[in-house]
Design a protein around this ligand. Structure first.
Ligand SMILES: [Fe+2]
Length: 118
């Protein structure tokens, strides 16, 4: 499995909506500030049952891994994490967040969001 092959929302089908890990957070954050990032499926719940469930959720900034949560069929495929925005040296820049979600039957999915640092 490679993140390079990750699928994402293209047509907006229910199948895509229950696998795409949408990132909810501010569009603009202050340098050095700790802010909330929520990752959940795009409006359609993914099944969490024996034999078909989301196995992990990951978050990266650029190519740097920030966190990974392993799940079982007994969990809800949704996480809230608090991360620190880059320092003052990065004011005016944009950081790219990428979330990955892995379904044991339907593979790896991703979603990207750009956040401005002010
Ligand atoms: Fe699935």
């Amino acid at each position: 499995m490679s993140c390079v092959d990750a699928k994402t929302m293209v047509k907006g089908t229910d199948f895509e909506k229950k696998h795409t890990p949408v990132i909810h957070c501010s569009d603009v954050v202050k340098a050095g500030e700790i802010f909330e990032v929520k990752i959940q499926t795009a409006g359609v719940e993914h099944p969490m049952e024996d034999g078909h469930f989301i196995q992990f959720i990951e978050l990266k900034v650029g190519d740097v891994p920030l966190m990974r949560v392993d799940l079982t069929q007994y969990a809800k495929p949704e996480v809230v994490v608090y991360i620190r925005a880059p320092s003052e040296d990065h004011k005016g820049q944009v950081m790219k967040l990428t979330a990955y979600m892995y379904c044991n039957l339907h593979g790896i999915w991703k979603y990207e969001k750009e956040v401005k640092i002010e």
